[in-house]
Design a protein around this ligand. Structure first.
Ligand code: SAM
Ligand code: NAG
Length: 208
Protein backbone atom coordinates (compact mmCIF):
# COMPACT_ATOMS: atom_id res chain seq x y z
CA UNK A 1 0.00 0.00 0.00
CA UNK A 2 1.73 3.21 -1.13
CA UNK A 3 0.98 6.79 -0.31
CA UNK A 4 -1.58 7.21 -3.11
CA UNK A 5 -3.50 4.16 -1.98
CA UNK A 6 -3.77 5.52 1.51
CA UNK A 7 -5.01 8.87 0.28
CA UNK A 8 -7.62 7.18 -1.88
CA UNK A 9 -8.72 5.03 1.03
CA UNK A 10 -8.96 8.07 3.30
CA UNK A 11 -11.07 9.91 0.73
CA UNK A 12 -13.28 6.86 0.39
CA UNK A 13 -13.76 6.59 4.14
CA UNK A 14 -14.42 10.28 4.40
CA UNK A 15 -17.15 10.00 1.76
CA UNK A 16 -18.72 7.08 3.58
CA UNK A 17 -18.50 8.86 6.93
CA UNK A 18 -20.29 11.91 5.66
CA UNK A 19 -23.06 9.93 4.06
CA UNK A 20 -24.35 8.07 7.09
CA UNK A 21 -28.07 7.67 6.79
CA UNK A 22 -30.33 8.67 9.68
CA UNK A 23 -31.01 4.97 10.05
CA UNK A 24 -27.34 4.17 10.61
CA UNK A 25 -27.07 6.98 13.14
CA UNK A 26 -30.10 5.70 15.00
CA UNK A 27 -28.78 2.14 14.93
CA UNK A 28 -25.40 3.08 16.36
CA UNK A 29 -26.98 5.30 19.01
CA UNK A 30 -29.19 2.50 20.22
CA UNK A 31 -26.18 0.21 20.24
CA UNK A 32 -24.42 2.62 22.60
CA UNK A 33 -27.53 2.84 24.79
CA UNK A 34 -27.78 -0.93 24.80
CA UNK A 35 -24.22 -1.32 26.05
CA UNK A 36 -24.76 1.32 28.72
CA UNK A 37 -27.81 -0.61 29.87
CA UNK A 38 -26.01 -3.96 29.78
CA UNK A 39 -23.17 -2.37 31.75
CA UNK A 40 -25.53 -1.23 34.47
CA UNK A 41 -26.84 -4.78 34.75
CA UNK A 42 -23.33 -6.09 35.15
CA UNK A 43 -22.79 -3.66 38.03
CA UNK A 44 -25.80 -5.06 39.80
CA UNK A 45 -27.70 -1.82 39.54
CA UNK A 46 -30.65 -3.68 38.13
CA UNK A 47 -31.25 -5.26 41.52
CA UNK A 48 -31.36 -1.87 43.15
CA UNK A 49 -33.03 0.47 40.77
CA UNK A 50 -35.18 -1.76 38.61
CA UNK A 51 -36.29 -4.55 40.89
CA UNK A 52 -37.23 -2.30 43.79
CA UNK A 53 -39.00 0.86 42.77
CA UNK A 54 -39.00 3.74 45.20
CA UNK A 55 -42.51 3.83 46.60
CA UNK A 56 -42.84 5.81 49.82
CA UNK A 57 -45.04 4.45 52.58
CA UNK A 58 -48.33 6.28 53.07
CA UNK A 59 -49.06 7.99 56.38
CA UNK A 60 -51.46 5.18 57.28
CA UNK A 61 -48.90 2.52 56.40
CA UNK A 62 -46.26 4.16 58.60
CA UNK A 63 -48.80 4.28 61.43
CA UNK A 64 -49.61 0.58 60.96
CA UNK A 65 -45.94 -0.39 61.01
CA UNK A 66 -45.26 1.68 64.11
CA UNK A 67 -48.28 0.30 65.96
CA UNK A 68 -46.78 -3.19 65.62
CA UNK A 69 -43.55 -2.02 67.23
CA UNK A 70 -45.27 -0.30 70.15
CA UNK A 71 -43.66 -0.93 73.49
CA UNK A 72 -40.33 -1.82 71.97
CA UNK A 73 -37.23 0.34 71.97
CA UNK A 74 -33.56 0.01 71.21
CA UNK A 75 -32.11 -0.22 67.74
CA UNK A 76 -34.32 -0.01 64.67
CA UNK A 77 -33.19 -0.57 61.10
CA UNK A 78 -35.18 0.23 57.96
CA UNK A 79 -33.93 -1.81 54.99
CA UNK A 80 -34.28 0.39 51.89
CA UNK A 81 -35.13 3.58 53.75
CA UNK A 82 -36.24 5.70 50.78
CA UNK A 83 -36.74 9.31 51.91
CA UNK A 84 -36.25 8.31 55.54
CA UNK A 85 -39.83 8.64 56.75
CA UNK A 86 -39.84 5.34 58.70
CA UNK A 87 -36.51 6.12 60.33
CA UNK A 88 -37.68 9.59 61.39
CA UNK A 89 -40.98 8.30 62.74
CA UNK A 90 -39.19 5.54 64.67
CA UNK A 91 -36.86 8.12 66.19
CA UNK A 92 -39.88 10.13 67.34
CA UNK A 93 -41.27 6.95 68.94
CA UNK A 94 -38.12 6.54 71.00
CA UNK A 95 -36.01 4.03 69.07
CA UNK A 96 -32.24 4.60 69.48
CA UNK A 97 -30.24 4.32 67.34
CA UNK A 98 -32.33 4.44 64.18
CA UNK A 99 -30.59 3.51 60.97
CA UNK A 100 -31.70 3.46 57.34
CA UNK A 101 -29.91 1.60 54.55
CA UNK A 102 -30.36 3.16 51.12
CA UNK A 103 -28.34 3.14 47.90
CA UNK A 104 -29.99 5.92 45.95
CA UNK A 105 -27.90 9.07 46.59
CA UNK A 106 -30.80 11.45 45.89
CA UNK A 107 -32.98 9.73 48.45
CA UNK A 108 -30.13 9.86 50.97
CA UNK A 109 -29.82 13.61 50.47
CA UNK A 110 -33.54 13.99 50.89
CA UNK A 111 -33.43 11.85 54.06
CA UNK A 112 -30.73 14.02 55.59
CA UNK A 113 -32.65 17.14 54.67
CA UNK A 114 -35.81 15.78 56.27
CA UNK A 115 -33.84 14.84 59.38
CA UNK A 116 -32.41 18.35 59.59
CA UNK A 117 -35.87 19.89 59.19
CA UNK A 118 -37.23 17.62 61.93
CA UNK A 119 -34.40 18.68 64.23
CA UNK A 120 -32.78 15.27 64.46
CA UNK A 121 -29.91 15.61 62.01
CA UNK A 122 -26.95 13.64 63.35
CA UNK A 123 -29.20 11.63 65.65
CA UNK A 124 -30.62 9.37 62.96
CA UNK A 125 -28.30 7.58 60.57
CA UNK A 126 -28.60 6.98 56.86
CA UNK A 127 -26.04 4.64 55.41
CA UNK A 128 -25.22 4.43 51.73
CA UNK A 129 -24.88 0.68 51.88
CA UNK A 130 -26.32 -2.30 50.11
CA UNK A 131 -28.85 -3.86 52.44
CA UNK A 132 -27.84 -7.31 51.18
CA UNK A 133 -24.37 -6.69 52.56
CA UNK A 134 -25.49 -5.18 55.86
CA UNK A 135 -24.71 -7.14 59.02
CA UNK A 136 -28.01 -7.53 60.86
CA UNK A 137 -26.74 -9.55 63.80
CA UNK A 138 -27.38 -6.73 66.30
CA UNK A 139 -30.74 -5.52 64.96
CA UNK A 140 -33.69 -6.26 67.16
CA UNK A 141 -36.31 -4.29 65.34
CA UNK A 142 -36.33 -4.33 61.56
CA UNK A 143 -38.77 -2.77 59.09
CA UNK A 144 -38.91 -3.64 55.39
CA UNK A 145 -40.95 -2.52 52.41
CA UNK A 146 -39.30 -3.82 49.25
CA UNK A 147 -40.72 -6.02 46.50
CA UNK A 148 -42.43 -9.46 46.30
CA UNK A 149 -39.62 -10.98 44.24
CA UNK A 150 -37.18 -10.34 47.09
CA UNK A 151 -39.23 -11.96 49.86
CA UNK A 152 -37.60 -15.43 49.68
CA UNK A 153 -34.08 -13.94 49.67
CA UNK A 154 -34.96 -11.68 52.55
CA UNK A 155 -36.45 -14.53 54.59
CA UNK A 156 -33.17 -16.39 54.26
CA UNK A 157 -31.00 -13.42 55.23
CA UNK A 158 -33.11 -12.42 58.24
CA UNK A 159 -33.40 -15.99 59.54
CA UNK A 160 -29.67 -16.53 59.43
CA UNK A 161 -28.59 -13.17 60.89
CA UNK A 162 -31.14 -11.67 63.29
CA UNK A 163 -30.66 -12.22 67.02
CA UNK A 164 -33.30 -14.17 68.95
CA UNK A 165 -36.11 -11.91 70.13
CA UNK A 166 -35.92 -9.65 67.11
CA UNK A 167 -39.12 -8.33 65.61
CA UNK A 168 -39.52 -7.87 61.86
CA UNK A 169 -42.28 -5.68 60.44
CA UNK A 170 -43.04 -6.07 56.75
CA UNK A 171 -45.21 -3.58 54.84
CA UNK A 172 -47.46 -4.51 51.92
CA UNK A 173 -45.59 -7.75 51.05
CA UNK A 174 -45.79 -10.44 53.75
CA UNK A 175 -43.25 -13.22 54.26
CA UNK A 176 -44.96 -16.20 52.70
CA UNK A 177 -43.34 -18.96 54.74
CA UNK A 178 -43.64 -17.30 58.15
CA UNK A 179 -46.68 -16.89 60.37
CA UNK A 180 -47.13 -13.37 61.72
CA UNK A 181 -47.62 -12.65 65.42
CA UNK A 182 -49.84 -9.69 64.61
CA UNK A 183 -51.26 -7.76 61.67
CA UNK A 184 -52.27 -4.10 61.39
CA UNK A 185 -54.32 -2.29 58.76
CA UNK A 186 -55.77 -3.64 55.53
CA UNK A 187 -55.35 -3.75 51.73
CA UNK A 188 -52.18 -2.09 50.42
CA UNK A 189 -51.43 -0.58 53.82
CA UNK A 190 -51.27 -3.85 55.73
CA UNK A 191 -48.25 -4.48 57.96
CA UNK A 192 -47.21 -7.85 59.43
CA UNK A 193 -45.10 -8.39 62.53
CA UNK A 194 -42.94 -11.49 62.97
CA UNK A 195 -41.19 -12.79 66.08
CA UNK A 196 -37.98 -14.31 64.76
CA UNK A 197 -37.72 -16.72 67.71
CA UNK A 198 -41.18 -18.13 66.99
CA UNK A 199 -40.42 -18.34 63.25
CA UNK A 200 -37.26 -20.34 63.97
CA UNK A 201 -39.12 -22.70 66.31
CA UNK A 202 -41.83 -23.31 63.71
CA UNK A 203 -39.15 -23.96 61.09
CA UNK A 204 -37.47 -26.57 63.28
CA UNK A 205 -40.75 -28.42 63.83
CA UNK A 206 -41.62 -28.42 60.15
CA UNK A 207 -38.47 -28.31 58.01
CA UNK A 208 -39.34 -27.36 54.43
C1 SAM B 1 -40.46 0.60 48.37
S1 SAM B 1 -39.17 1.78 48.84
C2 SAM B 1 -39.56 2.00 50.58
C3 SAM B 1 -39.00 3.30 51.16
C4 SAM B 1 -39.24 3.52 52.65
N1 SAM B 1 -38.79 2.39 53.45
C5 SAM B 1 -40.69 3.79 52.93
O1 SAM B 1 -41.35 2.90 53.45
O2 SAM B 1 -41.18 4.90 52.63
C6 SAM B 1 -37.72 0.69 48.82
C7 SAM B 1 -36.38 1.42 48.86
O3 SAM B 1 -35.34 0.45 48.96
C8 SAM B 1 -34.18 0.92 48.30
N2 SAM B 1 -33.31 -0.23 47.98
C9 SAM B 1 -33.56 -1.19 47.08
N3 SAM B 1 -32.58 -2.11 47.06
C10 SAM B 1 -31.66 -1.70 47.99
C11 SAM B 1 -30.41 -2.24 48.45
N4 SAM B 1 -29.90 -3.37 47.92
N5 SAM B 1 -29.74 -1.58 49.43
C12 SAM B 1 -30.26 -0.44 49.96
N6 SAM B 1 -31.43 0.11 49.56
C13 SAM B 1 -32.13 -0.51 48.59
C14 SAM B 1 -34.77 1.61 47.07
O4 SAM B 1 -33.87 2.58 46.56
C15 SAM B 1 -36.06 2.24 47.64
O5 SAM B 1 -35.85 3.56 48.03
C1 NAG C 1 -41.42 -14.58 70.63
O1 NAG C 1 -41.59 -15.96 70.57
C2 NAG C 1 -41.00 -16.65 71.65
C3 NAG C 1 -41.14 -18.13 71.38
O2 NAG C 1 -42.43 -18.47 70.99
C4 NAG C 1 -41.62 -16.21 72.96
O3 NAG C 1 -41.01 -16.88 74.05
C5 NAG C 1 -41.44 -14.70 73.09
O4 NAG C 1 -42.08 -14.24 74.27
C6 NAG C 1 -41.98 -13.98 71.89
N1 NAG C 1 -41.67 -12.59 72.00
C7 NAG C 1 -42.55 -11.65 71.78
C8 NAG C 1 -42.10 -10.24 71.94
O5 NAG C 1 -43.70 -11.89 71.49
Amino acid sequence: MDHDDIERLAAELHKKGSSWSPFQVAASTSLVLYFAWAGSLALGLRKVYLQVPYVPSSVKQVRNMMSLLQGRSGKLVDLGSGDGRIVLEAYKQGFRPTVGYELNPWLLQLSNFRAWRAGCYGKVFFRREDLWKADLSDCNNVTVFLAPSLVPLLERKLLSELPDGACVVAARFPFLNWSPTSIAGDSLETAWAYNITAVRQAGRQMPS
